[in-house]
Design a protein around this ligand. Structure first.
Ligand code: GLA
Length: 463
């Protein structure tokens, strides 16, 4: 009797234990796997990898060409794998892919892992879209000028520069040959030769000419730096220069950057330039007023006057100061637009940062010039050749900014200007201000004038 009772008790304990274990199993949530960087990336595939999840029996692998997995490759749509890696094959070279996994038991499937991005090596064999930029832009409901920074040496008839310019671009900005230190050789003495050629090239080829730039602290001629007159006489020299240049090009140059980079990078202050020191904080407004007066006196009532600056999308203190100046110029009714230089990188600024910056200009009713766009891919000097990964990242970033620009209200669009034609001639690696540590590939054409994926990205941004 006693042993029978003991047996019953033991059975009961076993039974209860078994029940509670089952309950635990059912309640236990299957962990989400962590996907890892791929291995053995080659022209047609790679080895996708992930971490072990306890209790899991297998893993479901997705591979896609889109980061949000809207379309998944048929062979890798929840592909069941029992191992902790899978050799993905049959892909295209030089192409961006993404993968993610879920863990699986008989009864459960986990959440999706993180997404891993991988670019296959080699070339996808698909040529870049040969459509000319301005041709596509001019078909838009609300087109804008597609600009290029140029040097006079590139404007010789029949050179590849000239052919590309006339095919693809509807606006030009002189990279440096229309700045004060190039035009003004002494008080009231001007060397118009080079600048005249640039303006004539635009005018005869029906290409818009954007004047860059009347006043910039980095292009002050030596005679003006050394000027020994009073501050009032210094201001009179600046007024004379602005008046003479605007008058000389009245009706030939559609817009001018009147002042370039008047705001400091730190503390939201005015940049401490010779103009600020000699003319005081109202100098920006004075320069705009002189430019406006000169244009009107010369019979040009439609000249557009721009303030131009850089890094305002990421440096909010600077952005605030620039917009305070714009407000002041707007109140004085002397400004038409703002130039955002946009010497960007493949990582920065973000879409949201650019949109916030540009939308402040929309709210002020200003025309917007993306005035010096280039997109660095080697700002950390971590690559020694232009990799597929950076090529595609740059393409995406060009596409992004063109999309943002194209979405602006018609009244706010003016021009989107690329700062140089060929990668090997870009100012980026040589700039002491940027302190760029190595080589880079920031533009739309390679050193052989061939269009890059960034050029296709520009076109795709217009869709
Ligand atoms: C600044 C100026 C440009 C040019 C670049 C470097 O962005 O606005 O005129 O000098 O630097 O090419």
């Amino acid at each position: 009797m006693k042993s029978k009772f003991l047996l019953m008790l033991i059975s009961l304990v076993f039974f209860l234990n078994a029940c509670s274990k089952d309950d635990n199993d059912a309640a236990e949530i299957l962990e989400t796997p962590v996907a890892n960087a791929p291995k053995d990336v080659n022209d047609n595939g790679f080895k996708a990898k992930w971490n072990y999840v306890s209790h899991s029996k297998s893993y479901l692998l997705d591979v896609s060409t889109s980061e949000d997995f809207t379309t998944i490759l048929p062979n890798y749509n929840s592909k069941e794998v029992t191992d902790l890696n899978e050799v993905v094959t049959g892909l295209t070279g030089g192409t961006q892919y993404y993968y993610r996994v879920r863990a699986k038991t008989e009864a459960q499937i986990s959440d999706y892992s993180n997404v891993i991005s991988v670019v296959t090596t080699g070339s996808n064999g698909i040529p870049e879209d040969p459509t000319f930029l301005k041709v596509k832009v001019n078909k838009l409901a609300n087109p804008f000028f597609v600009g290029m920074a140029i040097k006079v040496s590139q404007l010789t008839n029949g050179t590849p520069y000239d052919v590309i310019l006339r095919n693809e671009f509807s606006s030009i900005s002189a990279e440096y040959e229309m700045k004060m230190d190039q035009i003004s050789t002494a008080s009231g003495v001007y060397n118009w030769t080079v600048a005249d050629k640039i303006v004539a090239y635009g005018n005869t080829n029906n290409i818009n000419v954007h004047g860059h730039a009347l006043v910039w602290h980095n292009a002050v001629p030596q005679w003006l730096k050394d000027f020994s007159g009073t501050d009032a006489e210094f201001a009179a020299e600046v007024k004379k220069y602005i008046t003479d240049v605007v008058t000389h090009y009245a009706g030939k140059v559609k817009s001018w950057d009147v002042v370039n980079e008047a705001v400091d990078d730190n503390g939201g202050a005015m940049r401490n330039t010779i103009f600020l020191q000699r003319m005081g904080p109202n100098y920006v407004k004075d320069c705009f007023q002189w430019a406006r007066n000169a244009a009107i006196a010369a019979g040009d009532t439609s000249l557009l006057l721009f303030y131009n600056d850089y890094a305002t999308s990421t440096n909010i203190v600077k952005q605030d100061k620039v917009f305070a100046i714009l407000e002041d110029l707007k109140t004085a009714k002397v400004i038409d637009g703002v130039g955002f230089q946009m010497h960007n990188t493949y990582l920065s600024p973000t879409k949201a940062q650019i949109e916030t910056d540009l939308n402040r200009a929309v709210a002020k009713g200003l025309k917007i010039h993306v005035s010096e766009l280039d997109i660095q891919v080697n700002q950390f000097n971590d690559i020694s050749s232009f990799t597929n990964e950076r090529r595609l990242a740059q393409k995406a970033k060009y596409k992004e900014i063109v999309k943002i620009y194209n979405a602006l209200p018609a009244a706010n669009k003016y021009a989107l200007t690329i700062w140089g034609m060929k990668d090997n001639e870009s100012w980026i690696p040589y700039s002491t201000e940027l302190n760029h540590p190595g080589n880079d590939w920031p533009l739309l054409y390679d050193s052989n004038f061939a269009v890059k994926s960034s050029h296709t990205g520009f076109l795709e941004g217009l869709d």
